[in-house]
Design a protein around this ligand. Structure first.
Ligand code: NI
Length: 252
């Protein structure tokens, strides 16, 4: 299994992040991607990846943090993207649900990063909330690939994203009891476009909901997918690993 979206350099893991990574081998975690959300966390993610064989990094500025960027941020980001084991630009996008940065600023920072991803030919990890349509309008102007992290949209959205060549990130939200409609939408997706993720410490899947999330909980998402697609755990695991390798070129 692969966790394509974790945040274990956050302080929630100050007491046990080394143990968590040490256990990867034992629990069958092939590798995982530590995802940054501003320049500082991106630098931490990159450093953490250099220090741990099974960890890769994504670096980028989250829409929540778009307003806080300082002069020279794009140069710092670009430098990070050239480091080894940095395999994606993210998480980036638009968040109209919380609107923590003004939408005009979110769009501006998003576009700068899309341009950079296109220039460097590096995949993106998209964080998009209540803004799928605007996001597609913007992204259509760039030649980029990537994953819609923690997808939570309509059947139409899913179809559009698949048509655009994107992968769909599936994690805790899709395991919640009440999210029957979302599971129905996911069940219609091509399995070769699904990536597994946790977004830990957030979004713990159903059986451990309410607790701090951890990379190992990605297995609950694989279990849910195996029921949904009527395939064995091993089949889902192997296909989703292949998908993550295809998009990010990781875990070789
Ligand atoms: Ni995240």
């Amino acid at each position: 299994m692969i966790d394509t979206h974790m945040h274990i350099t956050m302080e929630e893991f100050d007491n046990d992040r080394e143990r968590i990574v040490l256990e990867f081998e034992e629990i069958g975690m092939k590798c995982a991607i530590e995802v940054g959300y501003d320049i500082e966390s991106s630098e931490r993610a990159s450093l953490f990846a250099q220090e741990h064989e099974k960890v890769y990094a994504a670096v980028g500025v989250h829409p929540h943090d778009a307003e806080k960027v300082k002069d020279g941020w794009l140069e710092r980001l670009s430098a990070l993207l050239h480091q080894s084991k940095v395999v994606a630009l993210g998480e980036v996008g638009l968040d109209y649900y919380r609107d923590l940065s003004p939408r005009t600023v979110q769009k501006e920072v998003f576009k700068e990063q899309l341009k950079l991803a296109q220039t460097l030919n590096i995949p993106l990890i998209f964080h998009v909330r209540d803004a799928y349509e605007d996001m597609r309008k913007i992204v259509k102007d760039y030649d980029v690939r990537g994953v819609i992290h923690s997808f939570n949209g309509s059947e139409e959205d899913a179809k559009e994203f698949v048509k655009m060549g994107f992968y769909i990130g599936v994690g805790g939200i899709a395991t919640y009891k009440k999210n029957v409609a979302l599971r129905e939408i996911i069940s219609h997706l091509p399995l070769e476009r699904i990536l597994t993720e946790t977004d830990c410490p957030y979004l713990s899947p159903q059986p451990v909901r309410g607790k701090r999330n951890e990379p190992k909980n990605v297995r609950f998402t694989i279990e849910m997918l195996s029921q949904l697609f009527n395939k064995s755990f091993a089949e889902i695991e192997s296909q989703t690993e292949k998908n993550a390798k295809n998009l990010f070129g990781i875990c070789s």
